[in-house]
Design a protein around this ligand. Structure first.
Ligand code: TYC
Length: 102
C-alpha cells in the first residue's frame, strides 16, 4: 500500500516545572495572663515537642513577644491554629496563635 505518512513516531515530552506548595509559619504570641505551664502543655500536645523543647520555646515567646513554633502546609497550619485557639478558649486564656505564609 502507498499510505506511509512518513511519521517516525518520535515521542517528544515537554517537562513543565511545577512549584512546591507554599509553607506557613505557625506563631505563638505572648500575653500577660496565659500561664506558662499551659503554653508548655499546648506545645507538647499539638507540636510534638518534648517538655524541655516546649519550655524553651515558651520562654522565647515570653521574652521576645512571639516565636515560630512550626512550619507546615496550609491545611496542617490551619488545623494547628484551630487546635491551639480552641484549647485556649476552653480554658479562658487569651493565648493567640496565628499563621503566615513563609
Ligand atoms: N507571659 C505569660 C506569663 O508571664 C506566659 C506566656 C508565654 C503567655 C507564651 C503566652 O505565648 C505565650 N504568664
Amino acid at each position: 500500500e502507498d499510505n506511509d505518512d512518513g511519521d517516525f513516531g518520535v515521542a517528544v515530552e515537554t517537562r513543565t516545572r511545577t512549584s512546591r506548595p507554599p509553607l506557613y509559619k505557625v506563631m505563638l504570641l505572648n500575653d500577660d495572663y496565659t500561664p506558662m505551664e499551659f503554653v508548655v502543655h499546648v506545645l507538647e500536645r499539638f507540636f510534638g515537642m518534648t517538655h524541655a523543647e516546649a519550655f524553651e520555646i515558651m520562654l522565647t515567646v515570653h521574652k521576645k513577644g512571639l516565636a515560630v513554633v512550626g512550619v507546615f502546609s496550609h491545611e496542617i497550619a490551619e488545623t494547628k491554629v484551630t487546635q491551639v485557639m480552641d484549647m485556649a478558649r476552653r480554658h479562658q486564656h487569651p493565648l493567640q496563635c496565628t499563621m503566615e505564609k513563609e
